[in-house]
Design a protein around this ligand. Structure first.
Ligand code: CTP
Length: 446
């Protein structure tokens, strides 16, 4: 019996996929089809896949050509599969000519002629209108966003708004961004969605106005300084079928989701303590260290360090305490937050003028997870047990600086997929805003 194997994402199943599978089957007697997982696609930089793994598998199955369907989830798996299933022929479309010649030492490699003029990418772009995105603000974060947005198909940054900047020569030259609006209403009118990266205290008003105008909103953290404001925005967005997302990059990174899943899986038993630290020494004259009300270490990094606690222990804590060290100008340069739960606890440490180890440690009744810095762009974590010789190491893949995952999630949601995503829920975001409101009261000494 001649065994053939082929792999693909098979997103938005099309004619090209059908033809390929038909001819692959004709190459032998038994066809194995490997369908890629969402995580593996993300790791390969394919961040816009629309159909779920189950849908993609079902679509392959319904052709009737596959005798066996397997899931591909890691680099190097093709070699493993070829040996495991005793494969005679490996085949893929002609867009891959040469790429898989290294498999010739294990089996025959055949590149089949690709069906012209059809691809999942093309269908994704045609079936979903390109999203015209506007950016509020022209600060340091904007060039980073613009460098990453190009990895996500279906979105186009068309303009920026900053009441204080008529034109940004750098953004214009480097990113060919040449529409600068000074009127917010005019700006919002021109776009389908906005990314808010303006000073923290302006986020809520800008987000509210954009939602009122029927636009989708991706907003830098913190979205709001009050719990009720966050709830109001999320309820409004849901009722009006709009996407509202708080830009906490970590939440959307594939490695962080894996870390949360491992922590919730019972491997380390029940989670009892979550300790997270994120510090960065900022220049004394930087934005973060000069505006004493709406900046400072907690407002800069607290959303990252509280995220694992909120996800694993929830937002129903019994008590919360903040301790802050202030600079001479009143800016928060170091804050330690402690959360107390019925059967657990959490600590978050943030610093702008105090440096600490940037670890995430999740302690459970059977073991603990250690994710070293930069755990917030999760690339590595370890599971430890009582027996020190037993350590499980995870090396999730991570591309770029993390923005692309967040932007991709935003685009997917606008296109109607994953609206109920668990990555960072509206409830969690409202819980986060409640903590921020409590922190602001602590700052005032209430
Ligand atoms: N394929 C093909 N003809 C096409 C499109 C795809 O023969 N017009 C083949 C690919 O070469 C591959 C298989 O179908 O062997 C699965 O491809 P996949 O990457 O899932 O589909 P694409 O449409 O190429 O997806 P994308 O645009 O996301 O890269």
């Amino acid at each position: 019996m001649k065994k053939v194997i082929t792999y693909g994402t098979y997103d938005l199943f099309h004619n090209g996929h059908y033809n390929l599978l038909k001819r692959a089957k004709e190459l032998g007697d038994y066809l194995i089809v490997g369908v890629t997982t969402e995580h593996y696609d993300e790791a390969r930089g394919k961040v816009n896949v629309v159909d779920s793994l189950m849908t993609r598998i079902e679509n392959v199955r319904s052709t009737g050509f596959a005798d066996e369907i397997i899931v591909e989830d890691h680099v190097g798996q093709k070699i493993e599969d070829i040996q495991k299933y005793d494969v005679d022929i490996f085949t893929l479309g002609s867009d891959w000519v040469g790429t898989f010649d290294y498999l010739k030492q294990f089996c025959e490699v055949v590149y089949l002629e690709r069906t012209p003029d059809v691809s999942s990418t093309q269908i994704r772009n045609n079936s979903f209108k390109i999203i015209n995105l506007g950016i509020v603000g022209t600060g340091r974060i904007v060039p980073r966003f613009l460098s990453e947005v190009k990895y996500v198909s279906g979105v186009n940054v068309i303009c920026t708004f900053n009441p204080e900047v008529k034109e940004d020569k750098f953004l214009k030259k480097r990113y060919v961004l040449d529409n600068y609006y000074e009127s917010y209403d005019e700006f919002v009118d021109k776009v389908d969605a906005i990314y808010i990266a303006s000073p923290n205290e302006t986020h809520y008003e800008y987000a509210k106005k954009a939602l009122d105008a029927g636009k989708h909103v991706l907003c830098e953290k913190p979205l709001c300084f009050k719990r009720d404001e966050a709830e109001e925005l999320y309820v409004y967005a849901k009722e009006n079928d709009l996407v509202l997302m708080e830009a906490i990059k970590t939440a959307y990174c594939p490695g962080f989701q894996q870390l949360m899943n491992v922590a919730s899986s019972g491997v380390i038993g029940d989670v009892r303590d979550v300790e997270a630290a994120y510090t960065r020494l900022a220049e004394p004259n930087s934005r973060e260290r000069t505006s004493n009300i709406y900046e400072g270490s907690f407002l800069e990094f607290g959303s990252y360090t509280l995220l694992p606690a909120i996800k694993l222990l929830g937002k129903e804590y019994k008590d919360i305490r903040f301790k802050t060290l202030y600079d001479d100008n009143g800016v928060d340069i170091y804050t330690k937050t402690e959360l107390e739960y019925d059967n657990g606890m959490a600590t978050s440490k943030n610093g702008l003028a105090v440096k600490s180890e940037g670890n995430l440690v999740i302690s459970g009744t059977k073991g603990y997870i250690l994710a070293p810095s930069p755990w917030w762009l999760t690339k590595h974590f370890e599971v430890h047990f009582e027996d020190p010789s037993k350590v499980d190491v995870y090396e999730p893949s991570f591309q770029g600086d993390g923005f692309r995952y967040e932007i991709s999630e935003f685009v997917l949601k606008i296109n109607g997929a994953g609206r109920n995503s668990y990555k960072y829920t509206a409830g969690e975001a409202v819980g986060m805003a409640e903590i921020i409101e409590k922190y602001m009261k602590h700052r005032k000494g209430d």
